[in-house]
Design a protein around this ligand. Structure first.
Ligand code: ADP
Length: 492
């Protein structure tokens, strides 16, 4: 099959979180399975150009109809490892993708509505006719609408769309001007509740709702989160829309790329290690202590947190996890970045307070290289999320021999199985510790059990970590699931 992925991120070139990992990892897997896969991405000024090979102009003067006029674009093309990517660069005063950041501008809906329009225009004029367009998250939610309502009448009537929701919290809710700009300018037709009018704000449209309504297949990124989205408030106002579209909605678990995340071949891991040769992990632990100037106390466990410092991630519990770990004789490492000023200030204050503590380091910012060393060097990873569509840090942690301590929500339920209590799995398939309530007592109960095992039965803790490394969360199985979805919709 010929598949084009359209997204706002692709690791390691453009990565703000898990979306980037998923777009890259899935594309590579589909390529390995024999499909032809291409990506369309925005050309941001701040992306990691050092990870693109052979970047060159692919299409010189793409004229994208916009807001009653035209914006001229250059389309560049290059390889991100083995994946062929097209990057769209608009030449306009708005400077849509030259903002120094990927997200966070007040005109984000217009920026990504433009990107969506430009991606379709590029496919249309360059005569690319993929079997399936795979669109990701709210940024590309208008693509199914434009394909079905406009481009189908201009030679793209056979293309089908798979739409994947990575996070229901961000839906792209904005005024109708985005519709007019893209050329979807029949408000009385589109601005209806059974099309793309937001379910709760009567004056707004909703990109994600548009994607759900118009795509041929819709999924979120784990089976448990798909259930939560249908039956709880976690889908942030889209429960009814999912109910209406239940026949084409499901959950497919994310994988991780086992080449990008491999402690046996990771350039940031000082001594390669694996499940059958685990001692190298001690080398990474030592290197991590040196890098972050932690006390060189080989007996102590290192507990880590890696992730966006956002309400979603349970930041109130992250602060408590730090103090609890230190009180139980562990060391703690945090790598995280906050976009919200209040959360950032609070972690800056904690960093200041813990500055002289030799057992703790808080690194506030985004640092891909350091994240690899932390996965390799730390013993446990704590993930106290309020909600988690899939979560990749627990899966990467398992791959690097960390024992995850997680809250039982979303994809964490599908990937982490409690060492003491998961009765549906035999002991040899359990891999971590799970708690359910979102409070300090529950967090302590799970962290306490993990730390007890480390201190009182180090051999068992070690074999639990090795057991976790043997879990298979590569893209193999999920890649096949996506391929069968594509195959199904293209014959519809
Ligand atoms: P989300 O997509 O909600 O941010 P995931 O757990 O799905 O969370 O994916 C997070 C990805 O981003 C992982 O690859 C993780 O290693 C990476 N990551 C998150 N925060 C940072 C950071 N501050 N520095 C480096 N990598 C980070």
């Amino acid at each position: 099959m010929y598949i084009v992925q359209i997204a706002s991120e692709c690791a390691p070139v453009i990565k703000a979180g898990g979306l980037g990992d998923v777009v890259y990892g899935l594309s590579r897997e589909l390529g390995l399975q024999g499909h032809c896969v291409e990506l369309i991405l925005p050309k941001y000024d701040c992306m990691r150009y050092d990870h693109i090979w052979g970047l060159h102009q692919a299409y010189e003067d793409l004229k994208v109809p916009w807001n009653g006029g035209v914006i001229r674009c250059t389309v560049h093309c290059g390889w991100v490892h083995s994946v062929l990517c097209f990057f769209i660069e608009p030449m306009s005063e708005e400077n849509y993708f030259n903002r120094g950041v990927y997200y966070g501008s007040s005109d984000d809906p217009m920026r990504f509505a433009f990107f969506s329009k430009a991606a379709l225009e590029f496919l249309s004029v360059s005569n690319k006719r993929p079997d399936v367009l795979h669109c990701h998250d709210w940024q590309t939610g208008l693509i199914p609408v434009m394909l079905y309502e406009m481009y189908a009448y201009h030679g793209m009537e056979h293309q089908r769309i798979c739409y994947t929701i990575h996070n229901f919290k961000h839906q792209g809710i904005c005024g109708v001007q985005a519709l007019q700009a893209t050329g979807l300018n029949r408000p009385d037709y589109y601005f209806q509740y059974d099309r793309i009018r937001d379910n709760f704000n009567p004056f707004a449209i909703n990109f994600m709702k548009a994607g759900i309504t118009y795509a041929n297949y819709v999924n979120t990124v784990s089976p448990h989160h798909a259930w939560e989205a249908r039956h709880t408030e976690i889908s942030c106002g889209l429960m009814h829309t999912l109910e209406l579209n239940q026949a084409k909605f499901g959950g497919i678990l994310n994988g991780i790329d086992y080449v990008m995340w491999n402690p046996e071949e990771d350039p940031y891991v000082p001594i390669p290690y694996s499940a059958s040769d685990f001692d190298g992990k001690l080398g990474a632990k030592k290197a991590l202590r040196e890098r972050l100037m932690l006390a060189d106390d080989p007996e102590k466990p290192i507990v880590a947190f890696i992730g966006r410092l956002d309400d979603q991630k349970g930041v109130h519990l992250v602060g408590h996890a730090i103090h609890y770990a230190l009180s139980r004789g562990a060391q703690f490492v945090l790598l995280g970045s906050a976009t919200e000023q209040g959360i950032n200030d609070s972690f800056q204050a904690q960093k200041q307070m813990l500055n002289d503590n030799p057992d703790c380091h808080l690194e506030l910012g985004f640092n891909e290289e350091l994240s690899h060393l932390i996965y390799a060097g730390a013993d446990m990873i704590v993930i106290p999320s309020n909600f988690e569509p899939c979560g990749l840090t627990q899966v990467i942690g398992l791959r690097y021999g960390m024992v995850p301590i997680v809250r039982g929500v979303g994809g964490l339920v599908n990937t982490v199985f409690d060492w003491d209590y998961e009765e549906t799995k035999p002991k040899e398939e359990r891999n971590g510790f799970v708690f359910y309530q979102s409070d300090n007592v529950a967090l302590e109960s799970a962290m306490g059990r993990a730390l007890d095992l480390y201190w009182l039965s180090p051999e068992i803790f070690r074999s639990l970590a090795i057991q976790g490394m043997r879990c298979d969360y590569s893209w193999g199985a999920s890649g096949k699931q996506y391929a069968s979805v594509y195959d199904f919709i293209r014959h519809k």
